[in-house]
Design a protein around this ligand. Structure first.
Ligand code: S3P
Length: 169
């Protein structure tokens, strides 16, 4: 169950549907939606892709930590869509584990994700060999998502509304 004063944080791989599910949850629960990539882009007035290209991934990861910290400190219980790489940093994992938020890992088979990440967009890490990269990332990150998760929701073969209901349960 989600407490009334508890943030809900969605974590998981690129393409798993965090932003979409978070949007529906935010409407269903009448809570603000905080999407880490969107906040970074609004704040820097640059796209994620531009930040990666100009400043490099480490600079992006620093911004990501700042935004996650602020989102978790937000006074109104929110739905937080945390970008896929948020679990890479031990600092971020500690923030997630100690914040009192409900952290839900949306988990899919990497093969499912390949179909959903076509088109580049804000995912420069997938420009080359998306299938192989997703598989490798999943192997690297699986234990990290598990480490921070209070609950795991499998999304393969489930519609958005089925995933939303599972998160609420
Ligand atoms: C990343 C995930 C992306 C974006 C960036 C890096 C990652 O966000 O932050 O391309 O390392 O998993 P989404 O998870 O919202 O796609």
């Amino acid at each position: 169950m989600i407490d009334r004063d508890q943030h809900v944080v969605l974590v998981g791989m690129m393409g798993v549907g965090k932003t979409t599910v978070a949007r529906v949850l935010s409407e269903r629960l009448s809570r603000p939606l905080l999407d880490s990539d969107t906040i970074i882009e609004a704040r820097t007035k640059r796209t994620v892709r531009e930040i990666f290209a100009t400043d490099g991934e480490p600079a992006f990861r620093t911004l990501e930590t700042d935004v996650l910290r602020e989102a978790l400190a937000s006074p109104s219980p929110s739905i937080i869509a945390a970008a896929g790489g948020v679990v890479l940093s031990a600092t971020n994992r500690d923030l997630l584990k100690t914040s009192g938020a409900r952290v839900v890992w949306l988990c899919a088979d990497p093969a499912t994700l390949v179909e959903r990440v076509r088109g580049g967009g804000h995912r420069p890490l997938l420009d080359k060999d998306p299938a192989g990269t997703l598989q490798r990332m999943f192997t690297e990150r699986e234990s990290l998502y598990r480490e921070v998760a209070d609950a795991i929701v499998l999304v393969d073969n489930r519609s958005v509304s089925e995933v939303v209901e599972a998160v609420l349960r």
